[in-house]
Design a binder for this molecule. Structure first.
Ligand code: URP
Ligand code: ZN
Length: 438
């Protein structure tokens, strides 16, 4: 049977919530109303549950290759993690090798992404720059369905490019109406600081944070906002972690720049004191940008509440503490960067954002699905409860609670940066109108 009738759920809509029924047919939302009836439909009682669009995670790195091995989770297991946490759409990255055709790299990654059990969109990394890049970007957009590119101002010498090259990319993207995601960290400044710390014999995970102070992100955000103003390119600043960055982005938005801002749960809930933990514990938190001060965490919460932050992503990119993060103990610059969180994102933001009164249920939905859907041109098929939208839905039960633990999580990673945190709520997930989890 292809019809499903969800009865009496509390629909979380932009700006308000309302109790209603939803009829699903052939994988789409057919009708929304009160006292709906359908003779053949399978009825699901959504009384006591919240109904929201399936969540979109706009920033994950599956099977990311590094000298310490690939990130732990891949296209083969990501759907399990995602669905367990209420996420029904992932956005991963194409990371072309130096000189590799963007188009070839994109086709290869698209084939890999198809093996994931849920739909996956891709942002194409501009990991090198040359005269053919503009044309390759155009082919990606016009023939491969891509509408976003990613530039790293960090990671100089591997996948990072320079500011002038970024400007060229933004000019091209503006003409294509594509979004440019930017990893804002001053790569050269960080490389200098890293060398100085190593020369002083400071080699552990705390040095990772020391080499990337808040000013190296905020300064980079300032540069990128100037490029956004000059090119009018839609600019999406990933994993924003500092008060200074948020202040600049807030002002840029007020001035009418086409800028969007993402942050992640780790920057809202965890702080730099984690780097002082005895080894190997501190290694778990090596990520870029690094964890910041509690004052920065507070500023990020303010940015979620006042709309400066548009999206909450995970930047899911976990590495085992034993065997990957601890592989190069004398050189912090070789610790693979990244941590997990895909399965925890919705629950953590619900618990520490909605339940604690910092954001509303509508903001929660905006931050975890609707806003990403609009920015990356998935709306209204995704990120909405409108008639005609894909029937990728969550029935959110606010009551159950659990404690995050690496011994229980779905990720393959041997550790979890949110270990021990209490989370409320759990999702029954419908994908194309069919219950797929739990
Ligand atoms: O530390 C991080 N964030 N690792 C993943 C790659 C990136 O920089 O986004
Ligand atoms: Zn990332």
């Amino acid at each position: 049977m292809d019809e499903v009738l969800l009865k009496n759920g509390l629909l979380i809509l932009p700006g308000n919530s309302t109790r209603a029924d939803i009829l699903l047919e052939d994988g789409k939302i057919k009708e929304i109303g009160t006292s709906l009836h359908h003779d053949l439909a399978h009825i699901i009682d959504a009384g006591g549950k919240w109904v929201l669009p399936g969540a979109i995670d706009p920033h994950v790195h599956l099977d990311l290759p590094t000298p310490a091995g690939n990130s732990c989770d891949g296209f083969d297991n990501a759907a399990t993690l995602a669905l367990a946490g209420g996420t029904t759409y992932l956005m991963d990255f194409v990371t072309p090798a130096q000189g590799q055709s963007l188009v070839d790299a994109c086709k290869l990654r698209q084939a890999e992404a198809k093996t994931c059990g849920i739909p996956v969109g891709l942002h194409v990394g501009i990991t090198w720059y040359g005269p053919s890049i503009a044309q390759q970007m155009e082919i990606c957009c016009k023939e491969l369905g891509i509408n976003s590119f990613k530039v790293y101002l960090a990671y100089k010498g591997s996948i990072g490019i320079g500011v002038q090259e970024l400007k060229e990319v933004m000019n091209v993207a503006a003409k294509l109406d594509a979004v440019v995601l930017v990893h804002c960290e001053q790569g050269d400044e960080i490389a200098d600081r890293q060398q100085k710390l190593l020369l002083q014999g400071i080699s552990g995970p705390a040095a990772h944070a020391l080499s990337r102070p808040a000013c190296t992100e905020t300064g980079s955000v300032k540069t990128v906002l100037a490029l956004c103003a000059a090119t009018r390119c839609k600019t999406y600043i990933v994993h924003t972690s500092t008060r200074g960055s948020m202040d600049l982005i807030r002002e840029a938005k007020k001035a009418g720049l086409p800028v969007f801002c993402e942050t992640c749960m780790q920057y809202l809930l965890l702080d730099e004191s984690k780097y002082q933990l005895p080894q190997p514990e501190g290694l778990k938190y090596v990520m870029s940008p690094p964890l910041r001060s509690m004052a920065d965490c507070e500023a990020l919460w303010e940015a979620l509440a006042d709309g400066t932050a548009d999206t909450l992503a995970t930047d899911h990119c976990p590495f085992d503490t034993r065997g990957q993060k601890d592989r190069f103990p004398m050189d912090f610059t070789r610790i693979p960067n990244g941590a997990g969180g895909l399965e925890h994102r919705l629950g953590l933001l619900y618990t520490y954002g909605v339940k604690s009164g910092k954001i509303s249920p509508s903001q929660w939905v905006g931050l975890t699905s609707a806003n990403a859907a609009r920015i990356f041109k998935l709306f209204p098929a995704k990120g909405s409860l409108n008639a005609g939208a894909d029937a990728d839905l969550l029935l959110w039960d606010p009551q159950p609670t659990h404690t995050i633990s690496a011994s229980q999580h779905f990720s393959r990673c041997d550790s979890d940066i949110f270990e021990g945190m209490e989370v409320s709520g759990s999702a029954t997930v419908l994908l194309s109108g069919k219950v797929v989890a739990p």
